[in-house]
Design a protein around this ligand. Sequence first.
Ligand SMILES: NC(=O)c1ccc[n+]([C@@H]2O[C@H](COP(=O)([O-])OP(=O)(O)OC[C@H]3O[C@@H](n4cnc5c(N)ncnc54)[C@H](OP(=O)(O)O)[C@@H]3O)[C@@H](O)[C@H]2O)c1
Length: 324
Amino acid sequence: MSAARLRLGLLGCGTVGGGVVHLIDRERERIRERHGVELTIEKILVRDLAKPRPGVDRRLLTTRATDVLDASCDVIVETVGGVHCAGAYVRRAIANGRHVVTANKALLADCGRDLFAAAVRRGVTIGFEASVCGGIPVIRAIRDGLAADTIDCVRGILNGTSNYVLTRIEADRLSFDAALALAQERGFAEADPSLDIDGEDAAQKLRILAGLAFDEPVVSSSIAGIRGIRHEDVIRAREHGRVIRQVASAHRVTGGIELRVAPVQLTAHDPLAHIRDEFNGVVIQSRAAGEITLIGRGAGAGPTAAAVVSDVIMMRSDKMNGID
Ligand SMILES: NC(=O)c1ccc[n+]([C@@H]2O[C@H](COP(=O)([O-])OP(=O)(O)OC[C@H]3O[C@@H](n4cnc5c(N)ncnc54)[C@H](OP(=O)(O)O)[C@@H]3O)[C@@H](O)[C@H]2O)c1
């Protein structure tokens, strides 16, 4: 099969960006054979040129964003994170007529509507599968798989750190602080875990999913984290046949959509009750298809890179835009 060449400019080469480099190296031939796309990485933006990056061609590295943004690339892959620099880079990529793939839920939560509008005006697409639940293709499931159906509710465990902490409190009889320290030691929590533990990370992902699933406005929104959860709370819930999980939910109410992130007691009948450790899960309730549950790894180099590179491959079919 003759393959179409897609030239990538990579912004960032940390956990996700490094994962993208390694995945493309490993899968390049199969992607060419199966999807007819020849992926090449033209340039990679980093902060620190001296940092060890095993398996990364150092000749591709630069500390100047314009070397990536103004190079002859078809797709800019944004994995720097944060809102300010990443936002400026994505805007420039769009203005330059480049397709964009991003894993950055904070950016989309902050200014996704403006970026998508700019992309539509410029005739380019933004892929963002990796921004919610890493390796679980939940965005494609809602946007494409359920395009014909009315969705009434989306509920999920969208934050692996919180789920890991709650699972360890229960399974290892740990205090909240000890479980969080274990999560940090094992790389499942940041040094500053506030965004995860206090629910904002899950709320950002929920806003993205709700934007895809519903046409109505958000009329009510609340966020509660898991910081106050004690081992005794988990044990008491278990005595009543329940488990505590941080659940993010979006469902129809009078006049629009209600968004809620909170620790919730789930019965054993609930698919989300069985999601343990750092795993994520999403339950979608739709009128024709009924209930659909997706479970998998919500973060990490491999799962997140798989979502990013799939978006790049899908650029060929060119129908990826639109949070709203
Ligand atoms: N980690 C995950 O499992 C995961 C999962 C889903 C989504 N995401 C999202 O993916 C994005 C990246 O996360 P990550 O974990 O890969 O972050 P990371 O490991 O900290 O990597 C960030 C990369 O960007 C570079 N960088 C950051 N700011 C820069 C700047 N101003 N100029 C130039 N280079 C800059 C860093 O350069 P140096 O290497 O030189 O420091 C590094 O290579 C975030 O939006 C995150 O929310 C991550």
